[in-house]
Design a protein around this ligand. Sequence first.
Ligand SMILES: Nc1ncnc2c1ncn2[C@@H]1O[C@H](COP(=O)(O)OP(=O)(O)OP(=O)(O)O)[C@@H](O)[C@H]1O
Ligand SMILES: [Mg+2]
Length: 403
Amino acid sequence: MAEKIVVKNLHKVFGPKPDVAMQMLKSGQTKDQIFQQTGMVVGVKDANFHVNEGEIFVLMGLSGSGKSTLIRLLNRLVEPTHGQILVGGNDVAAMTKKALVDLRRKDMAMVFQSFALLPHLTVLNNTAFGLEVAGVDRKSREKRAMEVLEQVGLGTFAHKQPSELSGGMQQRVGLARALAVDPSLMLMDEAFSALDPLKRTEMQELLLKLQNEQQRTIVFVSHDLDEAFHIGDRIAIMEGGRIVQIGTPDEILRNPSDEYVRAFFKGVDVKKYLVAKDVARTDETLVICPSADARADCARAIEQLRETRRNYAFVVGEDGRLQGTVSIDSMLRTLQTGGQALSGALLDDVGAVPDSMSLRDLIGRIVKNPLPLPVVDSAGGYLGAVTQTILLKKMVEEESGHE
Ligand SMILES: Nc1ncnc2c1ncn2[C@@H]1O[C@H](COP(=O)(O)OP(=O)(O)OP(=O)(O)O)[C@@H](O)[C@H]1O
Ligand SMILES: [Mg+2]
């Protein structure tokens, strides 16, 4: 996977003598000690990470942890004190002002919490503003602006003034303005935080929808766990200027690196974030692979099921793909009609579930029809099974483990 952003040993010290602060950091002094002794603030301390092309990378952390400083270092709205920032292979820290301005206009867009629309310009002209600054002629920029306004569902509002729009709609214009220049990289700092929860979820959905249509690289700052987990492919958690953990939502959830990270999950309903592949197990259900085992036939499968006191088995091909489910009854019927092959005994009503199905939906399925559910990946590969017992155990575990 290609890396869009690479950050190495990045530091930012706010204050008159950053070199002194850097020396103090080197000799092991903390952010607090440096502040107490010199009044200088270590905004970001030794950040190292990369962001893949097409990825939504979320920076999460408490207020003052350095999220805004870090995202602004990426386009040098904040000047780095030390370290390296590569965007698309170009060293941002070493760029001339002119090259930087060019990059910001053409290939990097930033969306802030305050939408900062120009009050005297129409929605259309606000959207086209970045293009105008970049010198695009009127006709082309208005055509493009109209296109993105349609994308964010504001086509009919193009000729209104910003003040005639609700907060949620204004934020859509902010997003449209960023999209208009067709940037490969979007930097979004608490872009949806000023919106009420419903509007906020709507914007998250819109962002994911747009991302589905055209993949951009997005760095997204949020202090909200729900938001981070919903939209983030990977999340970096910041504390006191440092990145304390980077991982997929799933990795962070399962293995929080310390108490600070764990504290984010206090009072959070972890079940909400679990999906089929997190709970699927391979040791609860009998799996038979007919192509690998020449003796796999109905009579033997029935025997195995009876020995292990089970009623169902999954049939999986040599390529790892799920072929279907057989039950003792279906196999007995096959035997009665003179058949032996498992392929003749496959049930037709046991649908596989995708690995991304939520726990809530899984519970819905199992309540309706309490058969073991085979979980498959997007290519149809068998990953494991979810059973009633597994779901119950998981729920009890979560209740007692996350109080
Ligand atoms: N221009 C500045 N001058 C001095 N200190 C600054 C400046 N900008 C930020 N800081 C300090 O750097 C630290 C990190 O601030 P930053 O704004 O990056 O945090 P944040 O994680 O974005 O917080 P929030 O969630 O409140 O937006 C804070 O201690 C802040 O006071
Ligand atoms: Mg901030």
